[in-house]
Structure formats: structure tokens, C-alpha cells
Design a protein around this ligand. Structure first.
Ligand code: FAD
Length: 470
């Protein structure tokens, strides 16, 4: 069979998806071929915007016939360039943004069935309207989509209590590279029928299939919440504080986020309408939240009691409790604005790493001591999710920082992480930015098995080339 020409492919795609849903002008392509941070720039023949699974199937089949690769894209908020084309191969971006139907909220079964292009915020709203909670929460939730969060196995601020996306997905529908639809749309909490294929696709970053629909777990919606902002002397105290609050408050402790003073300074400088809630500066800060049933008064009393004990024990130096929903949101903004403030500040090297929780202070101490000593401009600032051992150890880049020095900085961070039995990608994935480190992290045998899985599911290498396995 003669391969389809580009013009033939675009014509056929327009016939199937509609003329307006196949974008080709540079102006229309720009938001899809550049990442939000301005770090990754790619080229695409077109952006496809199917509106249903069947249209994704048709697009996948046509691209397969033409030998054109397909880059699935959700909200394009990923941190590793996974949703942006890379390399010389002819590619299209397939945006899931028009698959945005909430299909069913089942409060009795505690499940939510939806299309992959629904944003995380819309999923949360749909659950709340049925008096339920969809807990996955992150600062980009207004744009990040359920499909993107599944493809990256996203974490966020509620993993401590509810787990990450891998724990929240009950069922999936996936369009495979050959255009077949794999129907794994079960709403079951228990299902031990053979290998769990669903989990192959969670965290596969669009390289094994295109997620088109999902069934997600819901939870009872907490009616009471209490939030506190604490000033601390350092990372060691943060881990001790976490354990002490967990001991006293049990699993009502829903979030335990942290940032260092450098990160807070970025927020105070670049975000609007924010203030430092404590009277004097501290090296570290923790945002802790408890949630549960009732009106919140009992939770608040328990939190106040726990705070007295931790302040007395010297685990925290100062604390402020949110007195209203407005104050609670203001405290959360200080944490959630870090990434955006960092972007406004300029270019930076991002390291989304994890170590066992108890090793987190050691990691921060080692990196803070060795980095500036080896590369003069490399002073890290850190923030993240203490409860998950997940630290974002980022370094602001001075203009003109040589590429070799940037690689060295990242390698120093990763070497410390690996020495502490950690992970070089806690929640953002590998994308196009960490392919080189994958073997170092996972070993030849595991990566070899991943290549076999990729070969079996996508022998033509059509799905998201240059990502995860380069
Ligand atoms: C301010 C900010 C804060 C953030 N905070 C967090 C955080 O706390 N925790 C966290 O985990 N992440 C965080 N992120 C990163 C990002 O939001 C998540 O990775 C999110 O899950 C990406 O979703 P998306 O829809 O934007 O995916 P995209 O960026 O569009 O895509 C990400 C990857 O998934 C693939 N993909 C997208 N949709 C599909 C699909 N339907 N089927 C198959 N593959 C698909 C893409 O090809 C790509 O490889 C943050 C980002 C920003 C900008």
C-alpha cells in the first residue's frame, strides 16, 4: 500500500474530525507545541481536536497509515515536556480538550465516570455537587485534565490521605496505537482477573495508549476543615512535626506541605495580594490541614491542642490558624503560587525528587551543602509534599548558564537522591527531560522490560516518540 501523503492525511483527518478541528497555522499551533514554562518547543504537522473516542480511533488509524506519530495532550501543564513534540519525526498533537463530558456521578457506589478531557477542577466540582470528594488536587487543576493526570500518575497535595492518581483510578478506556479500543471501564474496588492492564497506562505518559474515559474513586466530602501555617527551624523539624501531628490527629491530617524561606520570598515578590502571615521570618514553613466530618469545631480543638504540644516541644517556632475560609485560601495560595512565581522569576532547573520520608532532611542538607560549593550559581530552593517524601529541589538559572553546568547540577542532585534510595521523578514523570536518567534510576533489566512492553503495544513507535524511553 502506498503511504498517505501529508496533504492526504490532513484531508482525511478534516473529513473525519471536521475542518475546524484540524489546526495547521503557526498561530493556532503555538499553544500546543510550547510548554507552559517556555522550556520545551516542538513542531507539529497539525493539532487534532477529536470530540469522542470514535474520533480518536479514526485519527489514530489514519496517522498510523501515514506513519505520522501522535502526541496526546491534555492541559499541557506537565513539567517534563511530555505533551510537546520532540525530534525530527512527523508528528501531530492530539488534544483531548473536547472530550469533556461528565458521564455519571454515582454517590452510592462512590464513583465518577467521565471523559479524559475533563479538568481536575471540573471533576472536583462534579463530585462536590453530589456531596462527594474527588481528592486529587494540585495548583494547575483548572487546566490539567483527568487524562493528563492519569498519564502522569499525578500526585498533588492530598496524597498523604487519599493516594495519587494510581490509587484513584478504577477503570479506563484506552485507544491503542493500532486504533483498537481497550475497554477497562470497571467500577470495581476488587477485581483480580489476571494482570492489571489498567495500571500499565497510569503513568505511561501517552507512550502506550490514549486515555479517553475513566472511572474514578470518590470519597465522603469532609464537612469540617482546619488549616494552620507554621514557621520552623528546618527540615528535620518538619519530619518530626509530621510524625507528631499524625500521632495526635490520625488520618484526619490530610495535607502536610512545606516550603523554605527562598520559596516564600519568590511568592511574596511575584504573586499579588499575598502577605507573610507570621511576624518574623523562619527558615522553613509547613502548611498542615485536617479534615473530616462534623462542623469542624472538634477538629479545630484537636488541632489547637496538638499545636500547643508541638510549639512547646520546639518542633515549630510559631503558628497561625486560619480563622475563616478566606484566610484558609490565603494560606493555601502561599504554597500553590510557588511554581507560578518561580516561572515569573525566570528560568530554573526543576528536580521533582522523592526519598523515604525520614531521609528528606538528609537530602536537603546534602544538596544545600554540595551544590553551591560545586557550581557557584546553584543555590537550591525547596518546597513540596513532606508527607510523601517529595521535594521539589529547584535552582534558578542565571542568564547564560552553560548547558554542561546545568547538567552537572541536575546530576549532583540525582546522585544524592539515588544514594538515599530515592526517585528522580516523584510525580511529574520522565517526559523528554529525564530520559537519560531512566536507566540509572531503574536499571537495564527494568528498562528493557519497558521497551518490550512499548514494542508490543506500539510496534511502529507512533505514540509520543522521544518520551520516557528515548
Ligand atoms: C502550577 C503547577 C503546579 C503543579 N503541581 C503539581 C503537583 O502538585 N503534583 C503533580 O503531580 N503535578 C503537578 N503539576 C504538573 C501537572 O499539572 C501534572 O503533571 C498534570 O497531571 C498534567 O496534566 P495535563 O492534562 O496538563 O497533561 P499534559 O501536560 O497535557 O500531558 C502530560 C503527559 O501526559 C500525556 N497525556 C495527556 N493526556 C493524555 C491522555 N488523555 N492519554 C494519554 N496520555 C496523555 C502527554 O502526552 C504527556 O506525556 C503542576 C503543574 C503546574 C503548572
Amino acid at each position: 500500500m502506498t503511504p498517505m501523503t501529508t496533504a492526504g492525511l490532513l484531508h482525511a483527518l478534516r473529513q473525519r474530525l471536521g475542518v475546524d478541528q484540524v489546526l495547521t497555522s503557526d498561530h493556532d499551533l503555538a499553544p500546543y507545541v510550547n510548554d507552559w514554562r517556555g522550556r520545551f518547543h516542538g513542531a507539529a504537522l497539525a493539532v487534532l481536536r477529536p470530540a469522542a473516542t470514535d474520533e480518536v480511533v479514526q485519527a489514530m488509524r489514519l496517522c498510523g497509515q501515514a506513519g505520522v506519530a501522535v502526541v496526546p495532550q491534555g492541559g499541557n501543564t506537565g513539567m517534563c515536556g511530555g505533551a510537546v513534540p520532540v525530534g525530527a519525526r512527523s508528528q501531530v498533537v492530539l488534544s483531548l480538550q473536547r472530550l469533556r463530558q461528565i458521564e455519571q456521578v454515582d454517590p452510592l457506589g462512590n464513583v465518577l465516570t467521565l471523559q479524559a478531557g475533563v479538568t481536575l477542577a471540573q471533576a472536583q466540582e462534579a463530585a462536590a455537587a453530589a456531596d462527594r470528594l474527588f481528592p486529587l488536587s494540585l495548583a494547575a487543576q483548572g487546566s490539567a485534565q483527568v487524562g493528563g493526570a492519569i498519564a502522569t500518575n499525578a500526585g498533588g497535595t492530598a496524597v498523604l490521605r487519599y493516594g495519587g492518581m494510581r490509587d484513584l483510578v478504577l477503570g479506563l478506556e484506552v485507544v491503542l496505537a493500532d486504533g483498537q479500543v481497550l475497554d477497562l471501564m470497571r467500577a470495581l474496588r476488587k477485581d483480580n482477573t489476571g494482570y492489571d492492564l489498567r495500571q500499565w497506562f497510569v503513568g505511561s505518559e501517552g507512550t502506550l495508549g490514549i486515555v479517553t474515559r475513566a472511572v474514578l474513586k470518590l470519597f465522603p466530602r469532609p464537612t469540617g476543615v482546619a488549616t494552620v501555617w507554621l514557621g520552623l527551624d528546618g527540615a528535620t523539624q518538619a519530619v518530626q512535626l509530621l510524625r507528631e501531628l499524625q500521632r495526635q490527629l490520625g488520618d484526619t491530617l490530610t495535607a502536610f506541605e512545606f516550603l523554605d524561606r527562598r520559596s516564600l520570598d519568590l511568592v511574596l515578590r511575584h504573586a499579588t495580594g499575598v502577605v507573610d502571615p507570621l511576624a518574623r521570618p523562619h527558615p522553613w514553613y509547613v502548611l498542615a490541614e485536617v479534615s473530616g466530618g462534623g462542623d469542624g469545631a472538634a477538629l479545630r480543638r484537636a488541632l489547637e491542642q496538638a499545636l500547643l504540644a508541638v510549639l512547646e516541644a520546639g518542633l515549630a517556632q510559631d503558628a497561625v490558624l486560619a480563622e475563616s475560609e478566606r484566610q484558609r485560601l490565603a494560606l493555601w495560595r502561599l504554597r500553590e503560587e510557588v511554581s507560578e512565581s518561580e516561572r515569573r522569576h525566570g528560568a530554573s532547573l526543576k528536580h521533582d525528587v522523592a526519598v523515604p520520608v525520614a531521609a528528606m532532611p538528609e537530602l536537603v542538607a546534602r544538596v544545600s551543602a554540595t551544590l553551591p560549593a560545586q557550581v557557584a550559581w546553584a543555590t537550591p530552593h525547596c518546597f513540596g509534599h513532606v508527607g510523601d517524601g517529595n521535594v521539589h529541589l529547584n535552582v534558578s538559572l542565571p542568564p547564560g548558564a552553560p548547558a554542561a553546568e546545568q547538567d552537572r547540577v541536575s546530576q549532583i542532585v540525582y546522585d544524592h537522591v539515588l544514594a538515599l534510595q530515592g526517585s528522580i521523578s516523584a510525580e511529574h514523570g520522565i517526559g523528554q527531560s529525564k530520559c537519560a536518567q531512566l536507566v540509572q534510576q531503574r536499571g537495564e533489566r527494568a528498562v528493557g522490560l519497558m521497551r518490550q512492553m512499548k514494542q508490543m503495544l506500539d510496534p511502529q513507535g507512533l505514540l509520543n516518540p522521544g518520551k520516557v524511553l528515548s
